[in-house]
Design a protein around this ligand. Structure first.
Ligand SMILES: Nc1ncnc2c1ncn2[C@@H]1O[C@H](COP(=O)(O)OP(=O)(O)OP(=O)(O)O)[C@@H](O)[C@H]1O
Ligand SMILES: [Mg+2]
Length: 589
């Protein structure tokens, strides 16, 4: 897992390695300063009245140089660490996003959108922090510990012994605190996930929340999510607040011990320990104990960010469920479609068969209508054609070639699909339309809009084609949005075009005009129209009636009306409903 993540360090490898090196430089200077200080103090102590000892100047200057170098290393280390960790985080985010782009719809179903967002943002930030801490401290602190201990032993082996005991005691206390803190922190991170999910769901669906007057209910959910994060944050912090006083306490106790033992030794005068050695020992002791705490904190950061690391690694390691063909085909011959014994189920509900043994042959240029109750598998059926999903069994062919043998981009640029849940992006009308074809000329764009019956309303928008649609296309009505999506699909000039309930929000007259335009302007294109209204499909060459994942009827409007019970039912319910409701209404299949 760590390996997967570290692959993203890339160009920041040098700075990442340089950081601990520079930090060791800083540590060495921190060790050198108290050492020099001993000599300086010794020289001062032995100074004769009236005679200036030049050694004082030299030691002073040496200490100054060490301090300057330590400062330089500290600043450099900080800078390098920020650069390395920020760069690492940027690479991680980019690499995750890059891999997400290769995901199939099935992969995306596997992670929720909210969770993907949390992983790319919060989780990467956690890892970034841990990484920065580690490259700064995880080498520096142990090195400082070892060097300070060695220096202590050189000055006084007895004192060295005391320090080691103090360090072990401190280590145990800190470890206990860290272990206790880890649990509430871990739960807090999980609660963050819940919070993110609530925020994401509610904000994307804020209109639904409002129209169902669910604000109070959703606020309650939010209150709980925020409250949980608060509770665990407080719990964790409460424990963590013990850390500094405890460390300080141990340092002071050790200091008192040191002064007691050291002071006695100096007074006894037979141990060779002088007052200047004691000052150095005091500093080394503080360094040793602080190093213990820093190492503990680094380990804490690592363990806390482990959850984040796991979740980032999952995104990076996820392999697309659409394997690439060995010898991809780069040309779609025509718009014919063949389903041969096709069955399908979704990964989450592998035991539920959504499509059951479908056999279907569509000629290039044919217009096919698909009718069926909600959940009968209409969207699932057509999603196999541009290979948004793979069939569990059987073969789907486009232009006589198995869809799995195509280069995916080739296939999808020849099979345009106006999705049931379609979206537009922030930007102008023309920017959105160019998703269909980046290089389309103004005439081509206008022509596509005419066919989709979108030209009229676009011209009435302030600014026309340069009208800003706002986030997710909020500035146009549902029916206008659908027409823009159709125009966008037409611009691709595909061999197959699929409309998944794409005119549900368009009035019947415009719906008919769009179909008429397609018939005259794109006669060679295979057209598949999923609709709830019989009126939208009745002039198709053939109509498929789907029921619970099976084809239960296939024929022209007249044939089905004469011999298919479900179709008759749907038709009658809609004809009856027509008098009461202009828009046809929904079928009850
Ligand atoms: N991404 C998915 N993951 C799991 N199950 C799914 C997914 N999409 C659809 N299903 C299930 O597959 C079945 C068929 O759904 P499908 O979307 O194909 O129906 P549909 O005929 O297009 O319905 P509608 O008219 O409401 O659009 C349903 O039972 C649905 O719950
Ligand atoms: Mg559907």
């Amino acid at each position: 897992m760590v390996k997967t993540l570290l692959k993203s360090v890339k160009q920041y490898k040098t700075v990442s390695i340089l950081t601990p090196v520079v930090m060791i430089g800083e540590a060495a200077m921190e060790i050198a300063i108290p050492f020099l200080m001993q000599y300086l103090l010794g020289a001062i102590r032995q100074m004769q009245p009236g005679v200036f000892n030049m050694d004082i100047l030299w030691y002073g200057l040496a200490m100054l140089a060490c301090a300057a170098f330590a400062l330089f290393c500290g600043i450099m280390g900080g800078r390098l660490a920020s650069k390395a960790s920020a760069g690492f985080a940027a690479n991680l985010r980019y690499d995750m996003y890059d891999n997400i782009q290769t995901y199939s719809f099935a992969n995306i179903d596997n992670f929720s959108t909210a969770s993907l967002i949390t992983r790319i943002t919060t989780d990467v930030s956690n890892v970034q922090l841990a990484y920065q801490m580690c490259i700064r401290m995880l080498v520096r602190a142990p090195v400082l510990f070892i060097m300070a201990t060695v220096m202590t032993f050189i000055i006084s082996p007895t004192m060295g012994g005391i320090f080691i005991v103090a360090a072990v005691i401190l280590g145990i206390i800190v470890a206990v605190i860290m272990v206790k803190v880890a649990k509430p922190f871990r739960i807090m991170f999980r609660k963050y996930d819940d919070l993110n999910r609530v925020v994401q769901e509610d904000l994307t669906a804020i209109r639904v929340v409002k129209s169902y007057v669910r604000e109070e209910h959703e606020m309650e959910k939010m209150r709980k999510a925020v409250g949980d994060v608060y509770d665990y944050a407080v719990k964790a912090e409460k424990l963590l607040n013990w850390l500094t006083p405890v460390v300080q306490g141990v340092i002071y106790v050790a200091m008192i011990l040191l002064l007691l033992v050291g002071g006695n030794a100096i007074i006894a005068g037979n141990t060779g320990l002088e007052i200047e050695n004691l000052t150095a020992l005091l500093q080394y002791m503080t360094q040793i104990l602080t190093a213990v705490m820093l190492v503990a904190m680094c380990l804490q950061y690592i363990s806390l960010s482990k959850g984040s690391m796991d979740r980032i690694a999952e995104v990076l390691e996820e392999k697309t469920t659409l394997p690439k063909p060995k010898a991809p085909v780069f040309e779609v011959k025509d718009g014919s479609i063949d389903f041969e014994d096709v069955s399908m189920s979704y990964l989450q509900k592998a035991d539920v068969t959504v499509l059951d043994n479908i056999n279907l042959h569509i000629k290039s240029g044919e217009t096919i209508g698909i009718i069926g109750a909600t959940g009968s598998g209409k969207s699932s059926l057509v999603s196999l054609i541009p290979r948004l999903y793979d069939a569990a069994a059987g073969t789907v062919k486009v232009g006589g070639v198995d869809v799995k043998d195509y280069n995916l981009d080739t296939l999808r640029s020849e099979v345009a699909m106006v999705l049931q849940k379609n979206v537009l992006f922030s930007g102008t009308v023309i920017e959105n339309l160019r998703w269909g074809d980046e290089n389309a000329t103004q005439e081509e764009i206008e022509e596509a809009c005419r066919q989709a019956c979108a030209d009229e309303f676009i011209q009435q928008l302030p600014g026309g084609y340069n009208y800003d649609l706002g986030q997710g296309g909020v500035n146009v009505s549902g029916g206008q949005k659908q027409r823009l999506c159709i125009a966008r699909a037409l611009l691709r000039k595909p061999k197959i075009i699929i409309f998944d309930d794409s005119t549900s929000a368009v009035d019947t007259k415009t719906d008919a005009m769009i179909r008429q335009a397609l018939r005259t302007h794109a006669p060679e294109v295979t057209k598949i129209i999923i609709a709830q209204r019989v009126a939208s499909v009745e002039d198709a060459d053939r109509i498929i009636v789907l029921d619970e994942g099976k084809i239960v009827g296939l024929g022209t409007h007249e044939e089905l009306l004469a011999g298919n019970e479900i179709y008759q039912e749907v038709y009658l319910s809609q004809v009856k409903g027509k008098g009461e409701e202009e828009d046809g209404g929904e079928n009850n299949g």
